[in-house]
Design a protein around this ligand. Sequence first.
Ligand code: SME
Length: 171
Amino acid sequence: MEQTIECLDSLPKAERYQRFLQDYRLLIEGETDVVALLANTAAALHDAFGFFWVGFYVTKDKQWLSLGPFQGPVACTRIKRGRGVCGTAWAEGRTLVVPDVDAFPGHIACSSLSRSEIVVPICLSAERQSQRFFGVLDIDSTRLNDFDDDDRIGLEAVVTVLSKALSPIEH
Ligand code: SME
């Protein structure tokens, strides 16, 4: 069956995320393969929002994130816990919105074109106490200050849907 994700450029941002979530739930419904879920999530976000770089870093052990499925230019393959924006979002367990990557201490520059970034942690259990950290969703923009609270709320909602699909799967 052909599945497409609408390009949502013309709508206000919060509405774009709402529309995206409707299509996205259908896109991943019933899928139980981790790589398939991550790959289509990255592609869907790229198609709908035209992000410069969108993809995943997944925990390899308790200390490293490893590059997962993505859309955009080639990227660094390993990030240590607590390093860069991705490793810091993991260590702090919260979404980081970085308006200017050059002003973020320890930012890891995979592309010199990247100017702002948002990183959303992915946990596999809803219960705070027993959260199992899976990895992060990382999105880069070539424009300064390109991500705001609408993006944070919208992308956290996408990650909540994704983490429910991932939760029963061993990785
Ligand atoms: N900038 C990230 C590294 C990953 S790339 O942006 C794809 C960081 O500082 O963690």
